[in-house]
Design a protein around this ligand. Structure first.
Ligand SMILES: Cc1cc2nc3c(=O)[nH]c(=O)nc-3n(C[C@H](O)[C@H](O)[C@H](O)COP(=O)(O)OP(=O)(O)OC[C@H]3O[C@@H](n4cnc5c(N)ncnc54)[C@H](O)[C@@H]3O)c2cc1C
Length: 549
């Protein structure tokens, strides 16, 4: 897979124009002071959301095929737009995203007539959608849903009864897709605002994304015509929801990147001007190498995985649930940690509202929860890759390590290969000791897998940048040299994490010791840490645009 070489969707120039238009629009419609006020007042700027999705800006159009009036953007375009939206405000981004999510069941599971009808409502009329899956008792486990859809009128209609929880755009949407249990199993229905018996609760008072409207929905015997059953077949709801996880998780991963970078960039600017102990904070290695550089590195490694996944989706690879989960997990965990570090980097000022980073921290926190929590991501990743490990007799990551060794050492690929080789050994020790019967072990493996695969993606991205083969739409903030340093730093972290935490995990799960530590190349992993500080200096210089004289 060539990193970030998406050739479908918008051309690079159109994407660039859309990103610029987004910045210009929000700068005028919602300057940052106004965003702070809305956050304080806990108000969703519905008119701005409608203007963004309507004639004024038309950001929604980028997400939909041309045949329905959209611009035909692909997954890569969605990632770039979602990241930019999230840099502006994750609440606003969530409101825009909810329309995309809301019509997903239709886009991927609807009949041609349903697609034409409902998708045109978005593209031509700027209708806002909401996605009603979660219920008070059915969150991560959607199969536990209790909302029912009972056939009535001799099969000509369905009566929906139940409640939905935490629905984005809950009180402002024009159209809702609602997951309900039919006699044939969970199925999606389209419900229009104002349908008799359909109502929503007042918006939730949330920790963050307070510019986004989130509310419970009540379906009190709402009757919808049978043609509103998405796909006109019962029982396909969970499959239809699964079909788009790769895509939608890439979008939420982009929210993590946007939030994390937005906070970190503020910390970078602040530390350039803030003088303590006789010099600007940005001159202090103890500050930059703890609060800035590691976060920039983890965000960029997450971006590498995200760009590969988006490009693969655009090239027609189906599903990619696990890849979407890895991208979401890496990017949202990195984004949340970066925002937290940005508060610390601002000292007491970071703890106050006007500096924005405390708002960003509250906002980005949601990305680890919605569209599948981080723990569900760990489970998804671990279960899938565990099967690959078993099916290939342990060759899955050994082969990946061998492929990494084909790259030169410059981009940290040899260290990423070490991470993958250690992962293969850890997984094998888990197989021998039957350790994945413990859920704790399984989920921690999910984290180690994400780090090891992230390091390989980062090395490929740095290599592509060096070879001049990064796709035209890929992010270009850093030069190939800096990307190589970032890759080396992340690969060292991944190798150390997989080896040390993997050894601890395996040892901790057994009464008697295992021979894993003897089989792990621990000396090599430790040896590969050489040069870490110099690479961190290099990345710090790049972030602060310093040239060595
Ligand atoms: C602001 C906001 C907006 C949202 N927007 C929407 C929307 O538009 N549409 C929609 O349908 N939903 C939406 N959601 C719901 C969101 O997707 C769910 O909150 C999320 O999936 C988690 O479900 P839950 O809240 O029921 O938590 P639970 O599933 O009860 O999870 C609680 C905790 O237990 C962990 N956990 C759960 N299951 C397991 C397991 N098997 N093993 C180990 N740990 C586990 C979780 O990781 C979590 O830490 C939104 C939520 C919020 C807060």
């Amino acid at each position: 897979m060539n990193a970030a070489a998406s050739t479908t969707g918008l051309d690079a120039a159109s994407l660039g124009l859309m990103l610029e238009a987004l910045d210009d629009f929000t700068e005028n419609a919602l300057p940052w002071e106004r965003r702070l006020e809305l956050d304080h007042e806990d108000v969703c700027p519905e008119q701005t959301v409608r203007a963004m999705c309507g004639e004024d800006l038309g950001v929604q159009l980028a997400f939909f095929p041309e045949e329905y009036g959209g611009m035909g953007g692909g997954a890569f375009d969605s990632y770039r737009i979602c990241e930019r939206l999230a840099r502006i405000d994750i609440g606003l981004a969530t409101s825009v995203f909810a329309t995309f999510l809301g019509c997903d069941p239709i886009l991927f599971g609807g009949t041609p007539e349903q697609k034409k009808l409902w998708l045109s409502r978005i593209c031509a009329d700027g209708a806002l959608f909401a996605y009603g899956a979660t219920e008070p008792e059915a969150g991560s486990d959607l199969g536990a849903l209790l909302t029912t859809a009972t056939p009535v009128d001799g099969g000509g209609a369905y009566r929906l009864h139940g409640r939905k929880q935490w629905i984005s755009n809950g009180t402002i949407a024009d159209v809702y897709t609602v997951l309900a249990l039919t006699p044939g199993g969970p199925s999606w229905f389209v419900v229009e605002k104002g349908a008799p018996g359909f109502s929503s609760a007042p918006p939730e008072d949330k920790h963050g994304i307070r510019l986004s409207n989130t509310a419970a929905l009540f379906l009190d015997d709402v009757v919808v015509p049978a043609e509103n059953l998405v796909g006109l077949k019962e029982g396909r709801g969970l499959v239809q929801a699964q079909l788009v996880f790769g895509y939608t998780r890439v979008m939420v991963a982009a929210f993590g990147l946007g939030g994390g970078w937005s906070a970190l960039d503020r910390a970078i600017e602040y530390s350039t001007n803030r003088v303590q102990g006789g010099a600007a904070l940005c001159e202090k290695q103890g500050y930059t190498h703890k609060l800035i550089v590691p976060h920039a590195v983890r965000l960029e490694a997450a971006r590498a995985f995200l760009e590969e996944t988006a490009a693969a989706l655009d090239s027609g690879a189906g599903g990619l649930n696990t890849e979407g989960a890895i991208a979401k997990y890496l990017a949202t965990e990195a984004g949340d940690a970066a925002a937290d570090a940005a508060i610390q980097a601002h000292g007491g000022y970071g703890y106050t509202r006007p500096y924005m980073v405390e708002k960003i921290k509250r906002d980005v926190r949601i990305t680890r929860i919605y569209e599948g929590t981080s723990e569900i991501m760990e489970m998804t990743i671990a279960r899938d890759r565990w099967q690959n490990h078993l099916k290939t007799g342990g060759a899955y990551y050994r082969d990946a390590a061998a492929a990494m060794r084909e790259f030169g050492p410059q981009q940290g690929a040899h260290t990423a290969a070490l991470a993958l080789a250690c992962l293969a050994a850890v997984l094998d020790a888990c197989r021998v000791g039957r350790l994945t019967r413990s859920q704790h072990v399984l989920l921690r493996l999910g984290e180690l897998i994400a780090y090891a695969e992230g390091s390989a993606a980062m090395a490929r991205r740095a290599a592509a940048a060096g070879a001049g083969t990064l796709g035209a739409k890929a992010d270009r903030r850093f030069t190939p040299d800096v990307l190589s340093a970032i890759s080396r730093i992340f690969a060292r972290e991944a190798a150390m994490k997989v080896a040390e935490e993997g050894a601890r995990l395996v040892a901790g799960a057994q009464e008697q010791g295992s021979d894993l530590t003897a089989r792990l190349p621990l000396d090599e992993v430790r040896g590969a840490q050489a040069g870490l500080l110099a690479d961190m200096d290099l990345v710090a210089d790049a972030l602060y645009e310093r040239t060595k004289g």
